[in-house]
Design a protein around this ligand. Structure first.
Ligand code: PNS
Length: 174
């Protein structure tokens, strides 16, 4: 029987504990899972380079034998066809994710009709979590150790944390 290959696609800027939960669960459902670091054309810039995002995803998933990490700057449907993947696995956090994910799933199906999209509901403890929440909290010097894996915590803090605190700034009273 051919191997059943799934892809977990995303920007992973950076990879969070929420992503890892979805990747682990996908790894339990498929023979092989590709964590595919991609370019999201709706986002202006990334905080981490493609190489850094790949490297962080590799470190975080090292202990899961049927997971590999790759980067692709083209269409997800083309990569899936080339890789012989049957399914895209995505995490759904809330209704707000749904419209965007539904549109992407339909587009990918149009581009490669054999490709299914499987939505896994996110673990309740990760409902609020996203890469942008991580970037925002880290940029203000907040504690992100609950949000990201220890293997990548220092990299993220080193890139995003502010310098020593200055005076608290308040908006002028009018
Ligand atoms: O983590 P993100 O940023 O929500 O992931 C979105 C991503 C990267 C999976 C999506 O932007 C994507 O698939 N990019 C590759 C280009 C592509 O295939 N676009 C067509 C689907 S609408």
């Amino acid at each position: 029987m051919p191997k059943r290959i799934a892809i977990c696609p995303g920007s992973f800027d950076p990879i969070t504990k929420g992503h890892l939960d979805i990747i682990r669960r996908a790894a339990g459902l498929f023979d092989e899972v590709v964590v595919l670091i991609m370019v999201n054309y709706t986002k202006a810039a990334t905080a981490f380079t493609a190489e850094e995002r790949v490297d962080m995803a590799r470190r975080v998933t090292r202990g899961i034998p049927n997971v590999r990490v790759d980067f692709y700057a083209g269409l997800l449907a083309d990569y899936a066809r080339e890789a012989g993947a049957c399914t895209l696995v995505k995490g759904l956090r809330a209704v707000t994710d749904f419209e965007y994910e539904f549109q992407m799933a339909l587009t990918n199906k149009k581009l490669y009709p054999k490709l299914e999209t499987l939505f896994l509901t996110t673990d309740i403890q990760h409902m609020y979590l996203s890469s942008s929440v991580v970037r925002q909290v880290a940029s203000f010097g907040g504690d992100i150790s609950e949000f990201v894996c220890p293997e990548v915590l220092q990299d993220i803090v080193a890139r995003l944390a502010p310098g020593p605190p200055g005076p608290v700034r308040r908006e002028p009273q009018t």
